[in-house]
Write a protein that binds this ligand. Structure first.
Ligand code: HEM
Length: 469
């Protein structure tokens, strides 16, 4: 009998392997991979990532994989995939973000994994609804103090105005009273470095630092600033009740569980988390309100009914007052719905089935709150700014509308969400109470460059303000 030659055996073996891989791939979602090894469709994706996702959904259906910069990102856009994203034990938050945390704040992966849950529980508790009242007094005082700097009237870029208010207000409230610089040159430096760090945060989370000189310089500047200031931050206790600020409580855990070395890095991470989303949300909320005259008028009527005729006094805003000004809360939430983060992510740790496809372990599972909030099935007339849609949400029980995912969801939902809502509401109330405001430019477009976090406006949007008498 004639023996089969080794060449034929090899060819048959390869064919069998090829068919096996094909079969396996058949059960995977469609993959957009491009032709450049490792980079994949990195360039096309990076140019306008939000548009890329939506075009891919229209072309490939409710689940698809994008291969870029060595990562397989599988996007889910409908119920079954969303449920897996939110509830499955086969996907993991910590493993999805540990690399981002390592690159952006140089926190070693083992330290991050060891501390994450403990820190999360502390943050969630300190900024939870039960403890929120502890912030109202200081937020009011800090906002009044910063508003004084605006003078009696002026014209300013709204984004710049909001940054000048909320950078110091947030930092002094959550980090330490009077930590924010008061000297003009130092304030300017803080703004420049924070904006550079924030703007390229997404690239910093993926590329080596040597390719991002400006970003790397800002990161180092903040790490050095924290290193210098942490001893002071730690010793300064609240005069009222000797309680710790959010940053102090964080440093306490970091230094007890690991070493002092990691403190500046956690300081930087908390700084970014507390400013990067809340500040643009305050910008967009004011921009939406001021560009909808009927809503602006209704808000002013509400403010007058609670605080009396709007004027320049230093009013105090209580939790009860906020309850009476529901329209403002709806405006903030409607703004967040429309300007939600482009993506949130989880790592697949065991193969998981979605819509008859198998998503392999190692993939990043991605969900886009931005696009989910534009699905008319969940939010009718999704492109319209309609604060009244929030009437249906059970806000008293602290729940949002179904499928509202701007703060993420599940076990590690944003722990700062109630603080952010409070801060933006107070900011809107005090600005509109004290100043007669109008926009000099139309509502700007949003920058399409980023997926992480609330989008920034593109181009300027000026506000004219006059102090009331
Ligand atoms: C409107 C403003 C904000 C938005 C839209 C927002 C959104 C988010 C989102 C989407 C996540 C990821 C959640 C997930 O993947 O499930 C997150 C996490 C986080 N947010 Fe916020 N956030 C806001 C304000 C704040 C503020 C003011 C703080 C204050 C300190 C904060 C602190 C954090 C922290 C520490 C995490 C990480 C949680 C963890 O590691 O488990 N956020 N936020």
């Amino acid at each position: 009998m004639e023996l089969i030659s080794p060449t034929v055996i090899i060819i048959l073996g390869c064919l069998a392997l090829f068919l096996l891989l094909q079969r396996k791939n058949l059960r995977r979602p469609p993959c957009i991979r491009g032709w450049i090894p490792w980079i994949g469709v990195g360039f096309e994706f990076g140019k306008a990532p939000l548009e890329f996702i939506e075009k891919a959904r229209i072309k490939y259906g409710p689940i698809f994989t994008v291969f870029a910069m060595g990562n397989r990102m599988t996007f889910v856009t409908e119920e079954e995939g969303i449920n897996v994203f939110l509830k499955s034990k086969k996907v993991d938050f910590e493993l999805a973000v540990q690399n981002i945390v390592y690159r952006t704040a140089s926190i070693p992966k083992n330290v991050f994994l060891a501390l994450h849950e403990k820190l999360y529980i502390m943050l969630k508790g300190k900024m939870g609804t039960v403890n929120l009242h502890q912030f109202t007094g200081q937020l009011t005082e800090e906002l009044h103090e910063q508003l004084e700097n605006l003078g009696t009237h002026g014209t300013m870029d709204l984004n710049n105005l909001v940054r000048h208010l909320l950078y110091p207000v947030t930092v002094n409230t959550l980090f330490n009273k009077s930590w924010f610089p008061t000297n003009k040159k130092k304030i300017k430096e803080f703004h420049q470095y924070f904006q550079a760090y924030d703007e390229d945060f997404e690239y910093g989370s993926q590329l080596p630092e040597c390719l991002l000189r400006n970003w790397s310089k800002s990161k180092k500047w903040f790490l050095e600033l924290f290193e210098k200031n942490i001893p002071d931050i730690k010793t300064c206790k609240s005069a009222k009740d000797n309680s710790m600020t959010l940053l102090q409580a964080m440093l306490d855990i970091v230094e007890t569980e690991t070493s002092k070395e990691n403190s500046p890095n956690y300081g930087l991470l908390l700084l970014w988390a507390s400013l990067s989303n809340a500040v643009p949300v305050a910008f967009w909320t004011l921009a939406y309100v001021l560009s909808h005259p009927d809503i602006h008028k209704a808000i002013m009527e509400g403010i007058s009914s609670v605080f009396g005729k709007a004027g320049k006094d230093k009013i105090k805003v209580s939790e009860d007052d906020l309850e009476k000004l529901l329209l403002i809360k709806w405006c903030v939430l409607e703004t967040i719905r429309l300007k939600a983060p482009g993506v949130i992510t989880r790592k697949v740790v065991k193969p998981v089935e979605i819509l008859n496809y198998i998503i392999p372990s190692g993939d990043l599972l991605m969900l886009s709150p931005f696009w989910l909030h534009r699905n008319p099935k969940y939010f009718p007339e999704p492109e319209l700014f309609k604060p009244e849609r929030w009437k249906k949400a059970n806000l008293e029980k602290h729940s949002f509308l179904d499928c509202f995912m701007a703060f993420g969801s599940g076990k590690f939902q944003c722990p700062g969400r109630w603080f952010a809502l409070l801060e933006v509401q107070m900011c809107v109330i005090l600005i509109l109470y004290k100043y007669d405001c109008s926009l000099l430019d139309p509502l700007p477009k949003q920058s399409s460059l980023h997926l992480v976090g609330v989008p920034q406006p593109e181009g300027q949007c000026r506000i004219e303000y006059k102090q009331r008498i």
